[in-house]
Design a protein around this ligand. Structure first.
Ligand code: NAD
Length: 452
């Protein structure tokens, strides 16, 4: 590892990765390598947790390809020094901001969207002009092997290198000096990464998770709300960082919501036989999710298939904030419904929880939208939609508080993997002598005037 990291530093120091043409070439090479290996990559994720080609494309590759295309088009513009105004005190001079690569960066991915959480940051890191070490999650084993195979065939080790492994390998990586760590995963592991990074003053981006709340008010378009939410909740069998976690439904429409939600689940035909539904990734997670189902509160679903690690979409009714399901991120196909009759009261309860990665508000009332956006703090989210804010690369994607630090996608990703140098460029033909000794009351008077 030491040798590989040294070779990455040496390569970075040749300045080759800084050239815009190099970055663009490498982005195109990445896209070509992924396209050519789609069969291998799609098969690997199917073995890991029966993720269908439909979901694999829509929730992983579509976003990565879009990010690559955008970065190919815009890296030159993003990398240009930007002129800014020069203040009077510095006159005459030119002031500009110069983006520069950070250097040798480490990307640690999660298992639930194994390609997206490793490759989307990789695109941004390449656009930023860095050398990269990627550590995909060991839990989605086959995708980790596949990515290693594809990336090592396309790129030299001294530029992009995949380290496979779990806790020991990640711990070892965290002992090294990187110029940036970009981590996607759980909040507890995020804290471990942050702590390790702090010892070497390494900047971090932490893309974490949390319990993303959903508000369904009585003014919503209920039919559309249910259609969008059932898709969003059971995509990847709920194993998504931006999955709608718990549903707060106005008492007046709750019964109707429950019935429509049940019908929508039946209509979607979530069965493994026809690839509409994915498995829970491993036995540990299967047991964990199962333990969150209170049999006395099941409104619909609840059936399981232990051999294939399948948990049917399950709706829980009459859930309260004290229930086990409300104590951790669900990360599985369970839909808990909490009824409310006072919006301020329910907002108060949500505000008392850690700040989530996403929040979803289903309402047709402008006043309700404004109120919730104004009062709640969360990473990002949507009104009358779920997950889809992640697909718009003009929006920053990231958490706040317990759900993360920093953001990426599109230009935000480029910025995450760049440093911005502020420069004053001064001609020598003129000098204002105010700052120099010997000091005097007149000089001070003028400085005070100029600094006003
Ligand atoms: P995780 O934290 O268990 O693992 C993430 C990575 O950290 C893996 O590569 C793993 O090998 C490594 N790791 C695990 N334990 C470690 C330790 N003790 N020391 C060092 N490294 C360690 O997360 P996960 O189970 O892969 O993913 C699920 C979590 O990730 C959920 O909370 C989800 O919300 C979050 N997530 C967030 C995003 C996002 O973009 N914000 C995307 C996907 C997943």
């Amino acid at each position: 590892m030491e040798k590989m990291l040294l070779s990455q530093r040496e390569f970075f120091n040749t300045n080759e990765t800084k050239q815009i043409s190099f970055r663009v070439d490498q982005l195109q090479k990445l896209k070509q390598a992924l396209k050519e290996s789609e069969e291998l990559l799609f098969e690997a994720i199917y073995i890991d947790f029966k993720k269908s080609p439909h979901e694999t494309y829509t929730s992983e590759f579509a976003l990565v390809y879009h990010d690559i295309d955008e970065a190919v088009k815009k890296t030159k513009r993003w990398s240009k020094p930007k002129r800014v105004r020069t203040d009077l005190l510095n006159f005459p001079a030119r002031s500009y901001i110069v983006p520069e690569p950070l250097g040798n960066v480490l990307i640690i991915g999660a298992w639930n969207l194994p390609y997206l959480t490793s490759l989307a940051p990789l695109v941004a890191a390449i656009a930023g002009g860095n050398t990269v070490v990627i550590k995909p999650s060991e839990i989605a084993k086959n995708t980790s092997v596949a990515m290693q195979k594809v990336l090592s065939a396309a790129f030299k080790d001294n530029y992009i290198h995949v380290v496979e492994g779990g806790i020991p390998e990640t711990t070892e990586l965290l002992n090294h000096k990187f110029d940036k760590i970009f981590f996607t995963g759980s909040t507890p592991v995020g804290k471990i990464v942050y702590q390790a990074a702090s010892k070497k003053l390494i900047p971090v981006t932490l893309e974490l998770g949390g319990k993303s709340p959903v508000f369904i008010t009585k003014s919503c378009n209920l039919k559309r709300t249910v259609q969008r939410l059932i898709w969003a909740k059971f995509l990847n069998a709920g194993q998504a960082c931006t999955a709608p976690d718990f549903f707060m439904v106005d008492k007046v429409i709750k019964q109707q919501f429950l019935e429509l939600a049940k019908q929508e689940i039946i209509k979607a035909n979530y069965s493994v036989e026809n690839d509409n539904y994915v498995q829970i990734v491993d036995r540990k997670n299967y047991d964990r999710v199962l333990a969150l189902i209170d049999p006395g509160k099941v409104y619909f679903g609840g059936k399981t298939n232990e051999k294939d690690r399948i948990i049917e979409p399950t709706i829980l009714d009459n859930v309260s904030f004290d229930d086990a399901i409300m104590q951790e991120e669900i990360f599985g196909p369970i839909l808990p419904v909490i009824e409310y009759d006072n919006i301020d009261e329910i907002l108060g309860k949500v505000k008392a929880l850690p700040k989530p990665l996403a929040c979803y508000i289903y309402t047709e009332s402008g006043e309700e939208k404004r109120k919730m956006l104004n009062e709640l703090s969360f990473g990002g989210g949507a009104i009358n939609e779920s997950h889809m804010h992640v697909a718009n690369s003009n929006l920053p994607f990231g958490g706040i508080g317990n759900s993360g630090i920093g953001s990426y996608h599109g230009e935000f990703g480029f910025k995450t993997f760049s440093h911005f140098k502020g420069i004053i460029d001064k001609p020598t033909w003129f000098e204002l002598r105010l700052k120099y000794a010997p000091y005097s009351a007149t000089k001070l008077k003028w400085i005070k005037r100029l600094f006003r």
